[in-house]
Design a protein around this ligand. Structure first.
Ligand code: AMP
Ligand code: ZN
Length: 481
């Protein structure tokens, strides 16, 4: 059965019809943060993409379970990184804290940052340090299946043993070898072999016993262990940033498929980078902003969310203060309009469903709700969804319909469109009976029965409700006593 949802698969390099393994359910794994430093807004763009994907699938009727790991050990990104301590420990030393304290501190900071951006919480945040026994079990099985070998307490993955190695990144064996930096490690059978378990050098704090001696896990095995432990040996979607394609996800495929003997992930999806002055925003390059820094500069963090929604997740997005200021302005305007449209008396009875009907009956052959669903179903086409937001805001649909549709779409967009920005006082409560009178007056005006409508206006005024007629219909104000 067609689901009507299409997702771009990095593996096949085309949009595929989305077919969940279990009807109505989606199981998704998102490569999470390394917690020895703060996340920057580039990192957050990637988590925003995963968040909007979850929200869109839920909006389309799926029950979504998202798992996001917390890398709280190692992060041995390549095998040249071996000076007896890892980045986590460098931070621990510099900040005079234990590795656990560092991890705890930056995990909290990460979760705070995601909250600022309305990135909803995942169902599970497994910590790598809690899955060491499972990583060892997978490594043991890889050795048994002939995919891994041990030298001096370190276990390597033998890439030549896995025919599919390179299928995700489309790297040929030659390209993979050309990418190996530094002197080839003489203990490896193939210079491209990667580390599953690393023998602990001196000065390490995070060390675990293992069948191969004391050591710690490689970064890639962490995600194979945590994803399959929580989502099973087949799950629907795996997300990350484009830099995760190689080597991280290529290695994850080799490991997970090497253990289970079949494909584990149905759809690999990757978000492209946030750029600053033409280069990728990166901590190592020193060109980055934290979301809290933008907030300190006076920006609403959701202005960054608005900015990110204007680009397709698969294209690079340039960050600039001007672009952010533009997004902040547009978001403020949108919220002000929604607040205004909601304050009409018709709003209370409006439902998104009825909005759809109204849009149809207003002569639209293809209603706004259908177009929104089509946009988010088309590989999360958010620029089109955001263009629809503008088109709807400018449309001649009744204000309360515009407001209720936008608030419905905000379940996906997450922009807090219903929030008043504090520039105006919250609308005062209508006195009892006023809603009925306002509705009767609205109907009277539609029938051009001005005698009745004038009488009702006087009645409302006596109750402390001042009615103003505008081109968009009647509005009201409650005098505060
Ligand atoms: P890390 O904590 O370094 O593992 O990165 C966390 C996530 O952020 C990974 O999924 C990366 O792919 C992603 N990432 C890193 N830099 C950027 C960037 N400039 N734009 C978007 N995503 C990024
Ligand atoms: Zn991962």
């Amino acid at each position: 059965m067609s689901t009507g949802v299409r997702l771009y698969s990095t593996l096949t390099r085309r949009k595929e019809e989305f077919q969940p393994l279990e009807p109505g359910r989606v199981r998704m794994y998102t490569c999470g943060p390394t917690v020895y430093r703060y996340a920057h807004v580039g990192n957050l763009r990637t988590y925003l993409f995963a968040d909007v994907l979850c929200r869109a699938l839920e909006y389309l009727g799926y029950d979504v379970t998202q798992v996001m790991n917390i890398t709280d050990v190692g992060h041995l990104t390549d095998d040249t990184f071996d000076r007896g301590e890892d980045k986590m420990l460098v931070s621990a030393r510099l900040e005079k804290k234990s590795a656990e304290e560092i991890a705890e501190f930056y995990t909290r900071a990460f979760l705070d940052d995601t909250r600022r951006l309305n990135i909803r919480r995942a169902a599970h945040y497994p910590r790598a340090t809690e899955y060491i026994p499972r990583m060892q079990e997978l490594i043991q099985r890889l050795i048994e299946h002939g995919h891994a070998y041990q030298v001096d307490g370190t276990v390597y993955y033998d890439i030549a043993s896995f025919g599919g190695y390179g299928k995700l990144s489309r790297n040929s064996r030659e390209q993979l070898l050309a990418g190996v930096r530094g002197e080839p490690d003489p203990r490896k059978r193939n210079p491209g072999d990667f580390t599953l378990w690393k023998a602990a050098a001196e000065k390490r704090v995070q060390v675990w016993d293992s069948p191969w001696g004391p050591g710690f896990p490689g970064w890639h095995i962490e995600c194979s262990a945590m994803s399959t432990a929580l989502l099973g040996d087949r799950f629907d979607i795996h997300t990350g940033g484009t830099d995760n394609v190689f080597p991280h996800h290529e290695a994850e495929i080799a490991q997970s498929e090497g253990v289970f003997g079949h494909p584990v992930v149905s759809y690999w999806m990757h978000g492209d980078h946030l750029m600053l002055s033409g280069t990728r925003m990166a901590k190592s390059a020193g060109n980055f902003f934290r979301i809290t820094e933008l907030e300190e500069q006076g920006y609403d963090p959701l202005a960054f969310r608005y900015l990110a929604l204007q680009a397709r997740y698969r294209t690079k997005l340039s960050f600039s203060p001007d672009a952010l200021a533009g997004a902040a302005r547009a978001l403020r305007q949108l919220r002000a309009r929604v607040a205004e449209w909601r304050s009409g008396p018709d709003f209370a009875g409006a439902r998104p469903g009825s909005a759809g009907c109204s849009a149809d009956s207003a002569g639209e052959s293809w209603s706004f709700p259908a177009r929104f669903r089509a946009a988010i179903s088309d590989d999360l086409d958010l620029p089109t969804a955001m263009a629809l937001v503008s088109e709807l805001a400018r449309s001649d649909l009744a204000p309360h319909i515009r407001a209720s549709l936008l608030l419905d779409w905000d379940r996906v967009l997450g922009l807090d469109m219903g929030r008043s920005d504090g520039t105006e006082a919250p609308p005062a409560e209508l006195p009892p009976g006023a809603v009925e009178l306002l509705e009767r007056r609205s109907r009277a005006r539609q029938k051009r029965d001005f005698a009745t409508s004038d009488g009702l206006r006087d009645e409302l005024a006596a109750m402390g409700v001042r009615v103003i007629d505008t081109r968009e219909g009647q509005k009201w104000e409650v005098s505060r006593r």
